[in-house]
Design a protein around this ligand. Sequence first.
Ligand code: F3S
Length: 106
Amino acid sequence: THVVTENCIKCKYTDCVDVCPVDCFKEGPNFLIIDPDECIDCAVCIPECPANAIFAEEDVPQDQMKFIAINAELSAEFTTISRSVKPLPDADEWNGKEDKLQFLER
Ligand code: F3S
């Protein structure tokens, strides 16, 4: 599967959604996740993310490994999104900030 990591939080650009052939993205208030049961590992979303937040599971950086479980867990709570929407208002300001996990809303 592919995994959405920390830098999506408070950005949520959603460019990833439009290229996904299987609608595997699910949306929460300020973060998206990839449903590991739906992702077909096509990888087309990776270069679309302006926050570089998406990785193949085997390429997830060491400090982002917890997001593998977070994507799986939140796939039961978040709702499917199949079209891009506007990024969050301060997305460009938050892009690249560290320690955003504390701001994840469910
Ligand atoms: Fe998040 Fe990047 Fe998609 S910021 S919503 S993973 S385009």
